[in-house]
Ligand binder design. Structure first.
Ligand code: MLT
Length: 201
């Protein structure tokens, strides 16, 4: 997968895996990593799917309706890529924290749902429920930050609560941070995520 790897000064710190939103690239979230954990190594990945020229991490049938088969295929593809990148760049595969926005948050959520131990934690900005009606792996104690907008037309507050409940039922330690904006990622939300990260790791 197309990506950027930046080795951090602190080799023991969590490795941040950055996952952009629809139409983004692997460059978009680099400032977030710099704000949240400036000494961490960073692996920022571009989604392999194109929708009208816009990179994404998996196909959708319509806004908010995911192509489940492709979601599962792409989630495994990403998980396999993380395995390979850990070997290629020499970082600890068991030490990854994802930071995802929108479509990137959704594939990060899908990693949590389908691949136990893929991530040590996650910051999910404006995520949806990636899949319904499946048993989730044990996520006991896994730190998870969800950033949400009370007026987000794509990820409704109800869906945010649903995702939070599912993750909590699987044992994750979930913090939901609300802003009163829409789907956009705002500076106060990034600040809240940065403060949460200091406590969590
Ligand atoms: C998705 O397709 O993952 C969500 O609708 C968010 C987005 O618009 O990318």
């Amino acid at each position: 997968m197309k990506h950027i790897f930046q080795e951090g000064l602190d080799k023991d710190a969590k490795v941040l895996v950055l996952l952009h939103g629809t139409g983004g690239t692997e460059r978009d979230l680099l400032p977030l990593a710099e704000r949240i954990a400036p000494r961490s190594s960073v692996l920022s990945i571009r989604g392999n799917v194109l929708e009208n020229g816009m990179p994404r991490f998996f196909r959708r049938l319509a806004e908010g309706i995911f192509d489940e088969e492709d979601l599962l295929f792409r989630t495994k593809e990403l998980n396999d890529f993380l395995d390979k990148a850990a070997v290629d760049y020499g970082f600890d595969r068991q030490n990854l924290v994802a930071i995802g926005y929108s479509n990137g948050a959704n594939i990060a959520g899908s990693l949590l749902f389908h691949h136990p131990h893929a991530l040590k934690g996650a910051i999910l900005h404006h995520p949806m429920v990636p899949r319904r009606g499946v048993a989730l792996p044990d996520m006991t104690g896994l730190p998870c930050f969800i950033g949400a907008g009370k007026n987000d037309p794509i990820c409704s507050p109800e869906e945010t609560e649903e995702l939070s409940t599912l993750l909590k039922q699987a044992g994750a330690s979930v913090t939901v941070h609300w802003e009163s904006y829409g789907h956009q990622l705002t500076q106060p939300e990034v600040e809240a995520a940065a403060q949460w990260y200091q406590q969590a790791f």
